[in-house]
Design a protein around this ligand. Structure first.
Ligand SMILES: [Zn+2]
Ligand SMILES: [Zn+2]
Length: 393
């Protein structure tokens, strides 16, 4: 590996230790709220470096706090710890040893990266203020961030700003990408259950057919983005599953639709929900079936605040140079539950290059994906520089 000169030497020197730790986490992936061993590894490591450690916040969440000097500045840095229910197919020597579970989003890398910075910051003691390292469970659609907040995260550990990162396949190693404003989309998960009355396929007039209603609703939903949302805004309404019926000559009692909804602005997210509820209710009524809607807000729009984004950009530019800090023209349609933290506290979420082609270019949530170990020193140096620049007298 060849490194940029402004990476932190102590972190570069400890790279092998934290790469080994990342492989250890990778071998034993734990999905949301089941991160018992990962959480213990994090807590034990933080304690051994002198952090005051709080466990059990948001189930398996961990916060490590270190106060130095007299400054009243308070910084939060967050990493996620959970794996996915995917069968790994990388063939790596440190591949998952747990069938059907895998670190396919690189949260093993995010955790190891923050731990590498944690050790460096505790051992060098070159900051003044309160450092809160937040290790979050259950980022993958299970509500880990929201649960930590509900259980008092920011009352117990007040932060003036909070930062996080995510690896980005196809962004070269040593590069970062960010933008102020909407950085990643909101994600809502919707289940629509249509209840009608089944019967013989040859005598539909004795039934209340949920399939015809479902088909009409699927088409109707397409008009939310095309007819209700400003064409200059970004939104997606996807029906990912339509479940009904078992036989050609039987009209079933019920039908189920499963949807994912994405938006890059809170008012758009709100408008989609309003339109969806009305459209489904009235369409169902018009077909003489009833509709039950279960609307889950998985994550909000990730909104990077201007001052904190400028601060992150400055730290990154000093570290890797202006050509390696990529301004993003638009936000991502992917989602991230760090958004719940950014609703409480100003902050910034950045992407860190995971490499291109065979070395880190495989997309996240794919059975062939792996976090690129070469990214670790860049992420950890970013956290080291950021903490030292933020926490000053
Ligand atoms: Zn993911
Ligand atoms: Zn992720």
């Amino acid at each position: 590996m060849s490194h940029s000169p402004s990476l932190i030497p102590e972190i570069v020197a400890s790279a092998e230790e934290f790469i080994a730790l990342r492989h250890r986490i990778h071998r034993h992936p734990e999905i949301g709220f089941e991160e018992v061993a990962t959480s213990k590894l994090v807590a034990d490591s933080l304690r051994s470096w002198g952090y005051e450690v709080t466990t059990g916040i948001g189930g398996t969440g961990v916060v490590g706090q270190l106060k130095l000097g007299n400054s009243n500045k308070r910084l939060g840095i967050r990493a996620d710890m959970d794996a996915l229910p995917i069968k790994e197919n990388t063939g790596l020597p440190y591949a998952s040893e747990i069938d059907g579970k895998m670190h396919a989003c690189g949260h093993d890398g995010h955790t190891a990266t923050l731990l590498a910075a944690a050790k460096y910051l505790a051992q060098t003691r070159k900051f003044d203020g309160t450092l809160n390292l937040i290790f979050q469970p259950a980022e993958e659609g299970l509500g880990g961030a929201a649960r930590m907040i509900k259980e008092g995260l920011f009352e117990l550990f007040p932060c003036d700003a909070v930062f996080s990162l995510h690896n980005a396949p196809s962004l070269p190693i040593g590069q970062f990408a960010l933008r102020a404003g909407a950085m990643a989309a909101s994600s809502d998960s919707v289940t629509i259950t249509l209840q009608g009355k089944g019967g013989h396929g040859a005598m539909p007039h004795f039934t209340q057919d949920p399939i015809v209603a479902a088909a009409s609703i699927v088409m109707g939903l397409q008009t939310i983005v095309s007819r209700n949302i400003d064409a200059a805004e970004t939104a997606v309404v996807t029906v990912g599953a339509l479940q009904a019926g078992t036989a050609p000559n039987v009209i079933p009692d019920s039908a189920k639709l499963l949807l994912t909804i994405r938006a890059l602005a809170v008012p758009v997210q709100t408008l989609i929900e309003e339109r969806l509820r009305k459209l489904v209710k009235h369409q169902a009524e018009s077909f003489n079936v009833s509709a039950e809607i279960e609307y889950k807000h998985i994550s909000r729009v990730v909104v990077n605040t201007p001052d904190e984004t400028a601060f992150a950009r400055k730290v990154l530019t000093e570290m890797v140079g202006v050509n390696h800090v990529i301004p993003m023209p638009t936000g991502l349609l992917g989602s991230e539950d760090f958004s719940w933290m950014l609703e409480q506290v100003p902050g910034c979420y950045v992407l860190i290059g995971n490499g291109v082609g065979k070395h880190g270019g495989c997309m996240i949530h794919n059975p062939g994906y792996d976090f690129n170990d070469e990214a670790l020193v860049y992420g950890a140096s970013y956290w080291g520089h950021l903490a030292q620049a933020f926490l000053t007298a």
